[in-house]
Design a binder for this molecule. Structure first.
Ligand code: DLL
Length: 433
C-alpha cells in the first residue's frame, strides 16, 4: 500500500520544485539559527540567496559527524530547548555522543515517514507488530513505533533483548510482523530451535529489518527459517532514525523519502558528485527538519541511486542496499562502534599494553565481540581469580563506553601482531557477501 500517494508518487519535476523551495528554506533556517552553519557557509563564501537551483546544494559545505560531536550537547539545535520535545543520541566516534533534537513538527514528520516505510513493507491495519529494537536513547524503537500506530496496526513494544519472552509473546499474541535487526531475527530462530519451539508455525508473515547491513544469504536464511517475507529499511539517528528509506513489494532498492531529504552520492575521497547508478558515499540534506537541520551530511554509507519509476507506482528514487561504509564503524548487535572508542577505554587502564585485537564474529547468529588484550606480566599471573576479576573490570569499562557487553581475553605480552591505527586492529569474520 502507498501510504501517501500525493508525495510518494509525485511527478518528479514537481518534486524537484518542492525540494528546491524547501532547500532554500532550510538553508536560510540553518544559516540564521545555527552558528556552525553560518560560519561554514561564510568560510565558503556562500549565502542562502545563492541557492537558486537544486545543483546549488553543491556550493554548501559538507557536514561531518565531528561537527555534531563538537557541538555536544545542543550546539547544533536550530530551536531553543523549550521548542524541542524530544532528544535522542547516537554513539560518536570518540568521547561525546551526538545528540539530536526534534520539535513537535519533526516528530509528526518522522511518524509520517516511518508510516510510509512500514506501509511500503506491507504493514496494514490489523497486523500485530512486535518491536525488538530498544526503546532508549537510540532511535530504533521509537521511530517505527509511531509510524506503525499511525497506520492503525497494533504495536507490541517489547523492546530489545529477552529472546525467550519475545518468542512466547509471538506465539501467544499471534504476532504477524517482527521489527528488528536482521541478525536478531536469525538469533530468535536459533533460540526457538534450542527451546524446541516451532517458529515456522507462528502467524509471523513479515519482517521489517534495518539498522545494519543484511547479506543476500542472510535474508534468504531469515525467510526460510521464519517463513516470512524479509524487507529492508534504512535510516540514521542524525537525520531522524528509521524512516529515511524502505523497500516496497518489488524488493528492488529502498525508496527514499525525497520530499523531506535531498540526496547526493559523492566520491568519498574527492567529494565530487557522482551520476545516478554510480556507487559512492550517500550525502543527505534535510528539507523540513526544524530542530536539527542537516546540510550535506556525510553518512559514510555506500550506495547508488536509481530514479527509474518503480513497478509499485512510487516515483521516489531507490537507493541500493547499504553493504559497506567508507569508515571503520562496526555495527555489532545493532550498536554502532568505532575501534577508536575501544582504544580510548583500553589506554586508560593500568596494566593494559597498547596491543589488542578486536575480533567480531557471528556465533549462533549472534554477533560476538571479543577483545584480545596483551597485559603486563603483573596482570598475567597464575592466580586465576585475579585474572578473571581483571577481565571483568575491563569488560565493565568497555560496556559503559560502548553500551555493549564484550568478551575480554587476556593474552601474553608479545603475542599480538603489531599494526598501526585502531582500525587495523579489527578482524571482522562475519559473512560479508
Ligand atoms: O540504525 C536507525 C535505524 C534503526 C534504521 C532501525 C533502521 C531501523 P544509527 O544507530 O544512527 O541509526 O545507525 C545508523 O546504521 O549510517 C548505517 O551505517 C547503518 N544502517 C542503518 N540501517 C541500515 C540498513 C539506526 N538497512 C547507521 N542497511 C547507518 C545497512 C544500515 N546499514
Amino acid at each position: 500500500m502507498i501510504w501517501n500517494p500525493e508525495y510518494e508518487s509525485m511527478d518528479r519535476a514537481a518534486l524537484h520544485q518542492l525540494q528546491l523551495r524547501r532547500l532554500q528554506m532550510t538553508t536560510a533556517w540553518a544559516y540564521e539559527r545555527v552558528p556552525h552553519y553560518r560560519a561554514a557557509m561564510e568560510a565558503r563564501g556562500v549565502r542562502p540567496r545563492d541557492i537558486r537551483g537544486l545543483d546549488d546544494v553543491r556550493r554548501l559545505p559538507f557536514t561531518d559527524e565531528s561537527a555534531l560531536r563538537d557541538a555536544f550537547p545542543f550546539g547544533m539545535f536550530a530551536l531553543p530547548l523549550d521548542e524541542v520535545v524530544r532528544v535522542h543520541s547516537s554513539s560518536g566516534a570518540t568521547g561525546a555522543p551526538v545528540v539530536v533534537g526534534y520539535s513537535r513538527g519533526d516528530i509528526n514528520t518522522w511518524t509520517e515517514l516511518t508510516a510510509r516505510v512500514a506501509a511500503a513493507a506491507g504493514v496494514q491495519r490489523g497486523d500485530l507488530v512486535q518491536m525488538a529494537f530498544p526503546y532508549g536513547m537510540s532511535t530504533g524503537g521509537w521511530g517505527l513505533h509511531y509510524g506503525i500506530e499511525r497506520i492503525g496496526a497494533t504495536i507490541i513494544p517489547a523492546g530489545a533483548g529477552q529472546s525467550e519472552r519475545h518468542l512466547i509473546m509471538m506465539r501467544d499474541f499471534g504476532t504477524t510482523v517482527l521489527v528488528s535487526t536482521p541478525s536478531y531475527a536469525l538469533y530468535l530462530a536459533e533460540q526457538a530451535d534450542e527451546l524446541g519451539v516451532d517458529i515456522a508455525s507462528f502467524k509471523l508473515r513479515l519482517g521489517l529489518f534495518g539498522g545494519e547491513p543484511c547479506s543476500v544469504a542472510m535474508r534468504a536464511e531469515i525467510e526460510e527459517r521464519l517463513r516470512i517475507r524479509a524487507t529492508d529499511n534504512y535510516g540514521l539517528s542524525e537525520v531522524m532514525g528509521p524512516g529515511v528509506a524502505g523497500e516496497c513489494d518489488c524488493a528492488c532498492g529502498l525508496h527514499v523519502n525525497e520530499d523531506h531529504l535531498l540526496l547526493e552520492v559523492v566520491d568519498p575521497s574527492s567529494g565530487e558528485a557522482l551520476e545516478y547508478g554510480e556507487e559512492g558515499e550517500l550525502v543527505l540534506t534535510t528539507l523540513t527538519k526544524e530542530a536539527f537541520p542537516l546540510l550535506r551530511y556525510r553518512t559514510h554509507d555506500v550506495t547508488a541511486l536509481d530514479p527509474a519509476r518503480c513497478e509499485c507506482g512510487r516515483t521516489l528514487v531507490r537507493m541500493a542496499k547499504v553493504r559497506r561504509r567508507t569508515d571503520d564503524m562496526l555495527i555489532v548487535r545493532g550498536v554502532n562502534i568505532f575501534p577508536s572508542q575501544i582504544e580510548d577505554v583500553l589506554v586508560r587502564i593500568e596494566g593494559v599494553r597498547p596491543h589488542y585485537l578486536v575480533v567480531v564474529d557471528r556465533k549462533k547468529n549472534l554477533d560476538d565481540l571479543e577483545i584480545r588484550l596483551e597485559v603486563d606480566e603483573r596482570v598475567f599471573t597464575d592466580v586465576m581469580g585475579e585474572m578473571v576479576a581483571f577481565q571483568r573490570a575491563v569488560a565493565d569499562r568497555l560496556q559503559s563506553a560502548l553500551g555493549l557487553r564484550t568478551r575480554v581475553k587476556l593474552v601474553e605480552p608479545g603475542t599480538i601482531e603489531r599494526t598501526a591505527g585502531a582500525a587495523a586492529r579489527v578482524l571482522d569474520l562475519r559473512d560479508q557477501d
